[in-house]
Design a protein around this ligand. Structure first.
Ligand SMILES: O=C(O)CCC(=O)C(=O)O
Length: 253
């Protein structure tokens, strides 16, 4: 379950790694069923009307006990332990489907850019529920960009975006995935996704993020003890519970 030394070194050098198939077939099916119920058959969308919107929903775990259980699954948590240590909280999850014909991009950003203030590096787990490539709105990354530190972002609608002149040097590189692949990347990895120009290939991803338990907003000083524990002193939490309640209405998608 944990990353091999080679995979961990790749993550540390490049800011990302494709860990391959860490979930069983029946687990992936259960996650896809819940994803479709909560994301595809609902009204929420991102993107713009001219290019074509796409289904999206934040915090699927609030609405699905099965997905909440998966947040404590060792396939995620054992890698999070290697990267973040023995005290970890769950940070955020979202379901995104770049459906066929949805042309709207998600522009270059770091996941840290979504917070109003600098925070420590955290971990994004991007679970491909379908095969993904540039053609159907898959990820592109700038390898090595995570090590170059936090970038300034500007808000474009609900999206935090790095203005072109502030992008780090590097060659944009597709990060393709097979259905079921689990990609891990740093919250400081500069990445984007384009539109889905395929005729029929959905591109569903369940994105689950973890942070160190002492994660704080370094500008406002806010402690994120409204995020539930996952590992405490190296022990798995039994359920997702936090010191303060989490208010989805206050948080940006
Ligand atoms: O899955 C996508 O299309 C975008 C994901 C992304 O950029 C993110 O999770 O920060």
């Amino acid at each position: 379950m944990p990353l091999s030394d080679e995979q961990l070194n790749h993550y540390r050098d490049q800011g990302f790694v494709n860990a391959g198939q860490l979930f069983k077939h029946d687990e992936l099916t259960r996650m896809a069923v819940e994803f479709d119920r909560l994301v595809n058959f609902d009204e929420q969308v991102l993107g713009n009307k001219e290019d074509g919107v796409f289904p999206y929903r934040a915090m699927l775990n609030f609405r699905s006990p099965d997905l909440a259980d998966f947040i404590l699954h060792p396939a995620f948590v054992e890698v999070a332990r290697q990267i973040l240590g023995e005290d970890i909280r769950f940070w955020w999850d979202q379901g995104i489907n770049k459906a066929p014909g949805s042309g709207s991009p998600i522009a270059w950003h770091q996941d840290n850019g979504y917070q109003d203030g600098r925070t420590q590096e955290f971990l994004t787990c991007w679970l491909a529920l379908d095969a993904s490539s540039i053609k159907n709105g898959g990820l592109e990354v700038i390898p090595g960009s995570a090590a170059k530190g936090a970038r300034e972002h500007e808000w474009q609608g609900v999206h935090a975006v790095i203005p072109e002149p502030l992008l780090p040097e590097g060659v944009p590189t597709p990060l393709d995935a097979r259905a079921g692949d689990l990609l891990f990347f740093s919250s400081r990895l500069v990445h984007r996704t384009g539109g889905n120009s395929s005729r029929a290939d959905q591109r569903r991803a369940w994105v689950v993020q973890y942070c160190r338990a002492d994660h704080v907003n370094e500008i406002t000083g806010e402690s994120y003890d409204n995020r539930p524990w996952v590992l405490r002193d190296g022990e798995y939490a039994k359920t997702l519970t936090s010191e303060r309640p989490f208010d989805l209405g206050r948080e940006r998608p």
